[in-house]
Design a protein around this ligand. Structure first.
Ligand SMILES: Nc1ncnc2c1ncn2[C@@H]1O[C@H](COP(=O)(O)OP(=O)(O)OP(=O)(O)O)[C@@H](O)[C@H]1O
Ligand SMILES: [Mg+2]
Length: 285
């Protein structure tokens, strides 16, 4: 048997009604590892996360979490086993305070006596939340709401965290904060992190491995260094059927990526795609 910890997805097929979206996707994330998933709009990235966290029931394949087969488990059972899903659009409860949002995140673990410890750990990771602890979540900026969504997920004491485009629509500085917090969770808390991230520069800057998805399949899997010049990165990002010619018209300016990562990529493929992000909406502070 392979390693029993972290997340192992094999041959995953999933979809909606008659629409088949995932065609045999495989992903492995070990504790202390961050795997980024990139790919064009509609490639199936969110569907992959939903299928892993029990929001969508896979049609075939297996999902193993810390040695347990969770393929057909409910979202509640999967959360209780230690997988936290931070969905897109930061679903915080806007009329509840920051503190109450955190309390709800810790609900499933309320009997283990470690609530206060986890709360202070989450607030230490996101000091901005500590300053706003009694504010309604709906009053927070977009970046702060993303931090709250992450902090709330951590209150459930997960060993595996999957995140869907946490940087979407945020200013570069906030993206940097969020990405470096993920690196800290990986390195200090030994979490297994599966990150769907359209900001290719940010993804390559933090990931141990990058998966490229295209039309429901993983078409490339490697370290950022291995994939830095890979044409599939550009092709998959630009969308289904993008040709491998260089006349793509994508500008390499106006990157929304983080700039100061130790392993920041400088390759042509990454430079070419990182300017393709649509989101430049500034944080409303
Ligand atoms: N709830 C749903 N019902 C029906 N079809 C859906 C649903 N959600 C997604 N789809 C379809 O499944 C396919 C994959 O969608 P998915 O959201 O997984 O892509 P994605 O890679 O996350 O894209 P994006 O980068 O735009 O977030 C798309 O064709 C989409 O239209
Ligand atoms: Mg998506």
């Amino acid at each position: 048997m392979a390693e029993a910890t972290g997340l192992q997805v094999t041959g995953l097929e999933s979809g909606y009604d008659r629409l088949r979206v995932l065609h045999g996707v495989g992903v492995r994330v070990a504790p202390g590892e961050l795997v980024a998933v990139i790919g064009a709009n509609g490639a199936g990235k969110s569907t992959l996360l939903r299928s892993v966290s029990g929001l969508l029931r896979p049609r075939a394949g297996t999902v193993m979490l810390n040695g347990h087969d969770i393929t057909t488990a409910s979202a509640e059972q999967i959360a209780a086993r230690g997988l936290a899903h931070v969905p897109e659009n930061r679903l915080v409860f806007p009329s509840l305070t920051v503190d109450d949002n955190l309390s709800l995140g810790g609900w499933t673990r309320r009997r283990d006596g470690r609530f206060a410890e986890r709360r202070s750990h989450a607030l230490e990771l996101f000091p901005r939340l500590a300053d706003r602890i009694n504010l309604a979540a709906g009053a927070l900026s977009g970046g702060e709401q993303q931090m709250l969504a992450m902090a709330r997920a951590l209150m459930a004491a997960p060993s595996v965290v999957v995140l869907d485009e946490p940087s979407l629509g945020l200013a570069p500085r906030v993206v940097g904060e969020i990405i470096s917090t993920l690196a800290r969770l990986r390195d200090r808390d030994n979490l297994a992190v599966l990150l769907v991230e359209q900001n290719v520069r940010a993804a390559f800057g933090v990931a141990d491995r990058v998966l490229v998805m295209d039309r429901g399949r993983v078409v490339a899997d490697g370290t950022p260094a291995e994939l830095a010049d890979d044409e599939r990165v550009r092709a998959a990002y630009l969308g289904a059927g993008a040709s491998s010619s260089s006349s793509t018209g994508v500008s390499s300016s106006s990157s929304t990526g983080v700039s100061s990562s130790a392993s920041s990529p400088s390759s042509s493929a990454v430079a070419a795609v990182s300017g393709g992000n649509q989101e430049t909406e500034e944080e409303n502070r």
